[in-house]
Design a protein around this ligand. Sequence first.
Ligand SMILES: O=C(CO)[C@H](O)[C@H](O)COP(=O)(O)O
Length: 248
Amino acid sequence: MLSGSDTNKKMAGEEAVNYIEDGMIVGLGSGSTVNFMLKKLGERVKEGLKVKGIPTSIKTERLARELGIPLIESVNIERIDLAIDGADEVDNDLHLLKGGGGSLVREKIVDEASDKLIIIIDGLKKVSHLGAFSLPIEIVPFGWKLTEIQIKKLGGIPTLRKKNDEIFVSDNGNFILDCDFGQITDPQQLHYKLKLLTGVVETGLFVSITDKVIIGRNSRVDVLHRSHSDMEADLESTSLLHRRNYSE
Ligand SMILES: O=C(CO)[C@H](O)[C@H](O)COP(=O)(O)O
């Protein structure tokens, strides 16, 4: 029996598979919502859908292989038709805060390069402003405390990510600082400032790259398009948003 949140993630993940067409090269994001998408995609592949996937984490790669989804070696990728990924927060402009699972660098490389990016989330992750979730920042391990000091100077309160009392190490061999910046009113500017720090590899702010957000909530999926994002606040009354009612 799935929890309410997992039901929402599953609905969003499965809906996203409908956007995958035969012959596509597909960026496969990371996280529990993406895992639901992968399971459905695995079924479609068994039914004959021809795709090639590009996993954004070792965990995604492992699951995709188990499900029989054909993959391409990262060194051989030159273009991507569609990427489908999760997020920790999505704001009204469809800017994202990502990296809760620690895969932000590979996710950003793939999501940015893709012709189209679809984000799949549980409705609780749709927010008006980013920042309630601490911002993951991947940093070089060398001199990490020096980078931490620089981030504090920019107003962040960093916490070194740990897993089972050990320092968490990303798939790229780096550390992650989860940084509380309070409400992030200008994600682009904050991202630029952080990227200027030599020890920073990448931030979890994904600005202006999302084409569509598929949201699972209240037994249905809502789809926000980039050009319609400003209408999210008015979600209940707008008819421009595509809506599928799963309780029907
Ligand atoms: O950015 C991510 C990993 O780096 C994930 O997409 C994000 O954390 C959402 O995960 P989930 O679908 O498990 O809630």
